[in-house]
Write a protein that binds this ligand. Sequence first.
Ligand code: UD1
Length: 430
Amino acid sequence: MAKIVVHGGSPLQGEVKASGSKNGTLPLLAAAMLIEGETILENVPIIQDVLTMVEMIEALGAKCKWLAPGTLRIDATSLAKSVAPYELVRRMRGSFYVAGALLARFGEAEVPLPGGCVIGSRPVDYHLMGFRALGADIHEDHGIMHASADRLRGARVYLDPRYRSVGATINIMLAACVAEGTTIIENASREPEVVACEEFLSSAGAKIQGIGAATLVIDGIKRLHGARCRAIPDRMEAGTYLIAGALTGGDFTVTDVRPDHMHAVIEKLQEAGFVIHNHGTALRVVGGRRPRAIDVTTAPYPGFPTDLQPNFGVVASVADGTSVIEETIFESRYNYADELARMGANIRVVGRAAIVRGVETLFGAPVEATDIRAGSALVLAGLIADGVTEIDGADFLDRGYEDIVTKLAGAGARIELVGRARPEAAQCSS
Ligand code: UD1
């Protein structure tokens, strides 16, 4: 099992480039399945979740080829199967996007239900409710969703306004693009990754009104045509590096970012006392002072992203004063708290809240990452801890952070991956 070993105490200096977005690329890959023709995706991060999704669409019959690192050509003309392999779906929840794409292409889909994961129960009832509204007959049998429809028909779909589900919005939108008639999705997700998918589908001919809004009106068309798209920058990865620069006390710039996607995070870092310079497509942070305590409540975009909640748990752990973190999206997203406590943090989790009393110093310790974002939080903690931190579960970081070890080492961190090489795009090109 691979480990990340971090020797704390080195300030990050210079700059690091944000990769293409993981959560932005997965819907694009699913959307490419709707297209009988060629899709070119650029700025694709070479991370395990993307490689799994590419493997999935190849297994379903599409042709994928890496034209260069980060540039992927997909031709889904030959997509032939409507049965998604369990072995691939179980690896990550985002693979459930193939359900909407297969239903749209073939009028049927057989996809294993993704099941729970450590950050919460993560049901797919909104996805299924949307498919049913569009006229699909859905039944579940031994953990597998079977969906079929002679013809998908546009409908009004009302999503839960508390969550504005990212995954349900994508899946329903994919199916609606080629349904007969008009679909209205209310309380659609407005996350930048969803908006990027709306824009991509439009560039492939889909008729979507309200791009970026909470109400989407989609007029179904017969088929989409080939298109080209550049994945948006990964705002979660960029946020992690910005926090790393701030906490280690460096003068550090994250390039190739979209600051307009990161208002909530920038604002919280400023509230914690850090100075962030916005250079348009780059963000520079000058660290060096102890953060002030901050209160954080997660919410759908444009609120504070749940994916960066564990990272802010680290900021709060070393802040001057007591912070209160409230997690409103995923009920079990505090798995990192016990690990941080092993490093000297003082965190008490009460239901969906965490009360964090800041300490002056964290200490290196052996810890375990249980999901992607918990993993990045532990890396941040390791960067500022006194001594050596050994993080088990480096595979989780491979799923979502492109070259995290190389990027941080290039900026002066003393960090190494022990036990395995990074994933290679070549492994799944065909
Ligand atoms: C996506 C992101 C994930 C991010 C999350 C919230 C990807 C691959 N993953 O996950 O990184 O943390 O958005 O921004 O893009 N819910 C239901 N029923 C459903 C669907 C969702 O109850 O059918 C609930 C979930 O349990 C959760 C909330 O709605 O409490 C939001 O989930 P959702 O937005 O769907 O998250 P994902 O798409 O799974």
